[in-house]
Design a protein around this ligand. Structure first.
Ligand code: KIV
Length: 308
């Protein structure tokens, strides 16, 4: 078995080595098809627990179960080849103790084949981060606005608005970095604080609602595509996919109702003319056609490059 792919997937140390260099580009991804598109552009893809809100209609990320994270993470790993895939540890799966965190994070790594996990919290998670890293699990930290603590924070609030709050947040960043995390997400905090942290710690900072001075940026993909009904102030909508979907589905519905879809080019003709169109023949031919189309699509599908 080869151990050198031509273009191997990025790993946590590759991201760590980008400190202070070319900005790191990241997006969330929850499914194979968006992962395969984003893979060409991103250094890492985060299977964020925001998927609970974005895809499953929860009000917060608190209810997200580990099994759901694993299911989406498997799809993202299957859909991507080059980007590091980082998976969020959902609320309740890592806070209790380092061994509990290890058991659940090891499950994520083994079942999904991802390259790292992310967990929320500064000082309070430092021992857990060290415990996981010492046992072979790369960890990305996440401080500032930590959505899993929404009920303690009292809302999705910007952090570090007043300078008295800075010291605690800077300490969080320092302790996460010293505990061995390979990178850290800084969410919804004032720009000067994010810049100070970026200058003070040895690992890359990944900003979301933080500052252009961070070592990289991440956004929720659906937010930046213009697919989310409401977005926070820090999101720039780079697309208008929601409107495009609405327009396309509206056209489809109108054409079904007016019977202009399906048109002749979307339907199958019967071989040998109308005389062959007995119900039994029609069923047999539809089956043959489907099988032939499926076989042709499988034959042209590229095999996955084996990961070593
Ligand atoms: O869950 C998520 O999508 C995240 C990003 C906001 C960083 O943690």
């Amino acid at each position: 078995m080869s151990t050198h792919n031509e273009r191997r997937r990025l790993m946590a140390p590759d991201i760590a080595a980008r400190k202070g260099g070319e900005p790191i580009v990241a997006l969330t991804s929850y499914h194979a098809h968006t992962a395969s598109i984003a893979d060409a552009h991103c250094d890492f893809l985060l299977v964020g627990d925001s998927l609970g809100m974005v895809m499953h209609g929860y009000e917060t990320t608190v209810p997200v179960p580990l099994d759901l994270m694993i299911m989406h993470a498997k799809a993202v790993v299957r859909g991507s080849k080059k980007a590091l895939v980082v998976v969020d540890m959902p609320f309740g799966t890592y806070e209790e103790s380092p061994p509990v965190a290890f058991r659940n994070a090891a499950r994520v790594m083994k079942e999904t084949d991802c390259g790292a996990v992310k967990l929320e919290g500064g000082r309070r998670m430092a021992d857990t981060i060290r415990y996981l890293v010492d046992r072979g699990i790369p960890v990305m930290g996440h401080i500032g606005l930590t959505p899993q603590s929404i009920h303690v924070l009292g809302g999705f609030k910007t952090q570090g608005r007043s300078i008295d709050q800075w010291h605690a947040i800077e300490e969080d960043a320092r302790l996460v970095s010293e505990a061995g995390a390979f990178a850290i997400v800084l969410e919804a905090m004032t720009a000067p604080l994010a810049e100070r942290i970026t200058g003070a710690i040895a690992i890359p900072t990944i900003g979301i609602g933080a500052s252009p001075g961070c070592d990289g940026q991440i956004l929720v993909m659906e937010d930046m595509l213009g697919l989310s009904p409401r977005v926070p102030k820090f999101v720039k909508e780079f697309g208008a996919i929601g409107k495009a979907i609405d327009r396309a589905i509206g056209l489809y519905a109108a054409e079904v109702r007016s019977r202009t879809f399906p048109a002749q080019e979307h339907t199958y003709a019967v071989k040998g003319g109308d005389s062959a169109a007995s119900p039994a023949n029609v069923v047999a031919m539809a089956t043959d056609t489907n099988d032939a189309a499926l076989a042709a699509s499988r034959a042209t599908k590229k095999p996955r490059t084996p990961r070593t």
